[in-house]
Structures are given as C-alpha cells and as structure tokens.
Design a binder for this molecule. Sequence first.
Ligand SMILES: [Ca+2]
Ligand SMILES: [Ca+2]
Ligand SMILES: [Ca+2]
Ligand SMILES: [Ca+2]
Length: 371
Amino acid sequence: MTLPAPSAASPFVPLGSPSPAGTPVPRELVVGYFDGDAYPDVATTDFLEGTIRILLGRPGGGFDLRAPLDFAISSPNRIRTGHFDLDGFQDLLANGSGGHAVLLGNGDGTFAPAQGIVEPLLPGKNVREIAVGEFNPDAFDDVAYGTGDGHVGIALSTGAGTFVPGGDVLLPLPGVVEAITTGDMDGDGDLDVVALQLGGLLYILEGDGAGGLSLAGPAVVLGGTPKSLLTGVFNLSGGLDVAVLDDVHQQVRIYAGGPGLSIVLPPIASLPLPQAGLVMAKYRTLPPLEALAVITIDSDTFTDGHLLFLAADPVTGAWSSEEIEVGSQVLVGLAVADVDLDGPADLIVGAAPFPFYVVDGVIQAYSATGP
Ligand SMILES: [Ca+2]
Ligand SMILES: [Ca+2]
Ligand SMILES: [Ca+2]
Ligand SMILES: [Ca+2]
C-alpha cells in the first residue's frame, strides 16, 4: 500500500503554553482527571529523580507542574491510571525495577503517599508491561501484566489499593512479553488480553469475567519486530481489530479481528513510517472507525521527531497517513484528550531538546481545530 504525500498544511495548532521549566522528560505520559475539574491532567514519571510528576490542566490548554511525588520504588517505568479504591477519585499505578506502587488520589490533584508493593505483582515474576482494566465485576480496576519470562496474567484489585493474584498463563514459547493491551475481542462482555511476545508473536488470552485467563489459541506469527499494540475498531466489519507498531520495519500494521478470539492474516494495511516508531496512541473516533497518532524518531541520533496521524476513510475503509507539523524536537511521549473542551480530542505531546536525558522536557497540547 502506498501513501499519499503528507499535506503541508497541518490542521493541528499549539494549544496554550508549553509546560514550565522543571517538567521531566515525559517518556511515559498518561492522561487523568485528578483535581475535580473538567480539564484533563497528566501524570508522568521522572526516571532520573525516581518520582512521579503531576501536571494539572488549566483553561487555555497549559499545564501547572506540581511538586514531585515519591514513588517508593526505584526507576519508575510504566504509569497507568485507574480506580483502585472506593472513593471514586482517580488513582495511579506505576511499576519500576523494584516492583509496583499505588498512589491513591485525593480528588484535589494530590495523592496519598505511595504504597510500595515491593514484591512484584506476583512473586518471582519480572513484570515489564501493565494495562488497567475491569476483569471482574466489582467496580475496582484490575491490572493485566506481561513479564520478562513469558507470563501474562491478571492481578485483581482488592479495593484498598492492593492486589491479589488472578489468572496467570505461561506462554508456550519462552521470551519477553513486549507489550500487552486489553479489549473484549469476542464481544462476550468479558475483557480479554492481547499480548505481543519478542519475535513478533501475538497471543489472545480470554478473560472469564472473574479474573481468570486462558490462551485462546496458538501464537499468531506476525513476523517483523512489533513493539507495541492497541485494540480498536479499525475496519468497517465491526468487532475489535489490532494495530501494531513495528519500529525496526518502520510500519504500523493493522490486522482485522476474526471470528471469536482471532485475528486475520495478512494485515489489512501496512503503513510506512518515515523512521522508527516510538509511541502509538488511539487518536479519536471517526464513527465507526478509530484513528491513530504515532511518534517516530531517528533511532541512530535520537533526534528529528515526527508526529503522524493515521486514519481510515469512513466510507472506503482505506488507510492513509498525514504528518502533523510540531517543529524539530525530540518527541518522546503521546497522549490524547480533549484539552480545550471543544469536543474533538487533542494531542498531548511530550518532547525534549537533545540530548534529552540531561535536560528538562516539555509537554505541549495540540488542538485539532482544522478539518
Ligand atoms: Ca483537571
Ligand atoms: Ca480512588
Ligand atoms: Ca475488578
Ligand atoms: Ca471477551
């Protein structure tokens, strides 16, 4: 599949001012609603300082940087939002080299001190990837995880900011679980897990609605070197489909969901990227289809970030790509939310000057004001 040339005129414009000095390099960037207003907020990790930073959204599209939150676990890596207790305020779960920490939200932009879960979610397992979802019907968000030694499983929330083991599956082949995501792949009302293993192996694992998990079938051999994935409605036939970001082959590939818990080979679209893919996010719904935003980077120099918008035509289903002009920065993080409360989702981009590991980062929103 070939792509039309990116249009020169980007429909996206910067929204509000960039985040203030002191913003860490926002390699991990999630959106939440932490202080009770309608403006989306951001949580990110400061890998160097070993803290979590909250940026509260303010009218006009900027962000106020709050004081660092102690993480209690070394080297924060992934961070996710969820509801892990009864109070209705959004909470945070982060993992790092030493385990996990839960920070329960107070609803005013502050958080209770981190509850370090020094053991990994399950003892002896090297959890690398986490995804939040409701795997049993108790209104507390649970956690799906993938480990460095081939396990995919679920940790069930107790409702007090702690977790107990749910289902755990050892994948048939050894290897690092590179990425996981959630989605009800067969539409039976129970959340399922999709996992990517090193070597381009994709597994669908069926959730039983009570925290259990089982392999739905053998590995689907995608090939290539996919590093992250998302579920979404990416074609016109209904049901959930899967998008994977392959950084070495510089592609986003879209696979259609098949009957039951399956996906169909070959991909329905293979969208070339100008350089290595770094981060992918679902951008917005163009009913019935969902679109994607992707950050790419020159993987030799770690400079020259590009931001692309991938979308399927809602009539023909054909995918195309458009570049969004964001200046010559190193782009490292990406999230999606309606920052200016006008309806369409906006992009929240994490960037850093080169060399990005020794200087402040910046978080900037871009508004989808154009067509
Ligand atoms: Ca807010
Ligand atoms: Ca809460
Ligand atoms: Ca639950
Ligand atoms: Ca299901």
